[in-house]
Write a protein that binds this ligand. Structure first.
Ligand SMILES: O=C1O[C@H]([C@@H](O)CO)C(O)=C1O
Length: 541
């Protein structure tokens, strides 16, 4: 089946958390429309950019785009973003059942609300471990400043940190306490706007539901919980998990999960759903939604309680949940036993000419104006530094201290990986300049990777415990403070693909790398991917 969609992208005033703010909507909505498809379907989306003053590119997060790199939707990497008044038509096949998302991949635009959920159902009769009615949950965080203000603050000297978000949203709904605002700003807040009432998730008693949960936060890592209900985790990033039961789900930006929830509690009332910030000291109030046991009314007598979340800094509990996620045998292929190549990637916060940045192996990535894939295909000179990006770092680096010299370099260099090989990535965390080591969710475009392990401190190949038996495959994975995360993937998708921290500010400040492999096999650039930077000289009339 082919889904033919037309999406008009506009700025609109919204009261998502009762505070009036310009949000980016698709056909008037944020979160945008839910794409509900079946494995093998083709999705054709024409995105009309009606933003007046900003470009748009939309990334289909978790969709591997096998052999289809021109449609990954990343500005500077595989396309020129659509200009105001212009459009871009994405076409891709959803070849893997599961839960995915889409979001802007232009500047810091994601945090303005340009995002939504993608559900890919298995084919009728296709073997699948379970089949339940779905409920969709989109988690996000919300700032009152615009993404423009964020970008300017972060690239100022001295550095201005954007701070913690004002609200957490569940399905685009949050609640800011208008009384906290100064009198002059109070008229921008409307506590009785229908847009900022909690989302209501309707369920019937004594049923099991599959909650499809996606985190589209720009900064916050979250814990998700439902008052009085246990959750059985069964899927993450489109891959089946050995089911495990938990009271709360830790979820990092860019991750999706499916959890099974059985409505086996007292039928005569409703229950609270809550999210709270973890991994950073919370300054944002918890987000809240209602689990409505039908036919109970939403009145005071049936009022749900927001369940309290776990402690924000219980890193052991967070790491233990990540370690508990295993691939379900029969559904998740086993990883190759050995790797052909290993990349050691050290994550640090640095300075370049007095500007604060994030770096990998001391290189803060600067995205060029000309998309890499077009430059590679047409051999456009002087787009990126041809020196290979560094595959390792000095292992005497003390991850527990900020180095005396925090200087890093800025570069457009890329990793050129051999095609159809097995590559290991060892992510190593370290102390940041804020005085702590932060949790970074790393997302890989175009592939799933096996998650071989997580550990504390410095990675040591002779003592690290790696799971080669039944690792999960994912596209986004956390790197815990002062720890390491080990991944393995196959370079089986021709093109050039981003691997980056999914925190919007960190990506903006250079916390990204690019993996090129087999780009000689990619078709020549479609006209619509061109037009920016140096590509405009290569467009044929
Ligand atoms: O990028 C960041 O900057 C601040 C802090 O590190 C400032 O030094 C912070 O908490 C981030 O996540």
């Amino acid at each position: 089946r082919t889904h033919n969609l037309t999406w008009k992208v506009t700025y609109e005033y919204k009261y998502l958390d009762c505070f009036k703010k310009l949000a980016i909507a698709i056909n008037g909505q944020t979160p945008g429309p839910h794409i509900n498809a079946t494995r093998g379907d083709t999705i054709i989306v024409t995105v009309l950019n009606n933003l007046l003053m900003e470009n748009v590119a939309i990334h289909w997060h978790g969709i591997r785009q096998l052999g289809n790199g021109w449609n990954d939707g990343t500005d500077s990497v595989n396309q020129c973003a659509a200009m105001p008044g212009g459009y871009f038509t994405y076409q891709f096949v959803v070849d893997q059942a599961g839960t995915y998302m889409y979001h802007s991949h232009y500047g810091m635009q994601k945090s303005s609300g340009l995002y939504g959920l993608i559900t890919v159902n298995p084919l009728l009769g296709e073997e699948t471990p379970y089949h339940y009615e779905d409920r969709e949950i989109i988690l996000s965080d919300w700032y009152h400043d615009s993404a423009y203000e964020h970008a300017v603050k972060l690239s100022s000297k001295p550095y201005v940190w954007i701070g913690e978000p004002q609200s957490l949203l569940i399905n685009g709904r949050g609640r800011y306490q208008c009384e906290l605002l100064g009198v002059s700003n109070r008229d921008r807040c409307n506590g009785s706007s229908p847009e900022c009432t909690p989302d209501v998730v309707k369920v019937k008693p004594e049923q099991t539901y599959r909650f499809r949960i996606a985190s589209l936060t720009s900064l916050s890592a979250l814990s998700f919980q439902i008052e009085g209900h246990k959750m059985t985790v069964v899927e993450t990033d489109g891959v089946h998990v050995v089911p495990f039961v938990t009271d709360n789900l830790y979820i990092y930006s860019g991750e999706t999960y499916s959890v099974l929830v059985t409505t086996d509690q007292n039928h005569s009332r409703n229950y609270g759903i809550s999210i709270n910030v973890i991994a950073r000291k919370p300054e944002t109030p918890n987000g809240f939604a209602i689990l409505n046991y039908e036919p109970n009314p939403l009145d005071a007598q049936h009022l749900p309680q927001p369940p309290p979340g776990p402690l924000w800094n219980d890193t052991d509990s967070q790491r233990n949940q990540s370690l508990a996620i295993k691939g379900l045998r029969g559904y998740v292929p086993a990883p190759p036993k050995t790797a052909d190549k290993v990349l050691h990637l050290l994550n640090t916060q640095n300075t370049v000419n007095g500007y604060k940045v994030w770096a990998v192996n001391n290189v803060s990535h600067a995205l060029p104006d000309t998309p890499y894939l077009v430059a590679l295909k047409l051999n456009i000179p002087d787009v990126f530094d041809p020196t290979p990006a560094p595959e390792d770092y000095d292992h005497s680096y003390n991850i527990y201290e900020i180095p005396e010299n925090t200087n890093a370099t800025t570069s457009t260099s890329i990793y050129r990986l051999p095609f159809n090989k097995t590559v290991d990535i060892i992510l190593q965390n370290a102390k940041g300049m804020g005085g702590d080591s932060e949790t970074h969710p790393w997302h890989l475009h175009g592939h799933n990777f096996w998650v071989l392990g997580f550990g504390k401190g410095k990675f040591n190949p002779s003592t690290a415990s790696l799971n080669l038996e039944n690792p999960i495959m994912k596209n986004t994975v956390p790197l815990f403070p002062y720890g390491w995360t080990a991944l393995r993937f196959r370079t089986d998708n021709p093109g050039i693909w981003l691997f980056h921290c999914h925190i919007e500010a960190h990506f903006y400040l250079g916390m990204l790398v690019l993996f090129e492999s087999g780009s000689d096999m990619v078709t020549k650039p479609p006209q619509q991917n061109m037009g920016c930077g140096k590509t405009k000289n290569y467009i044929n009339p």
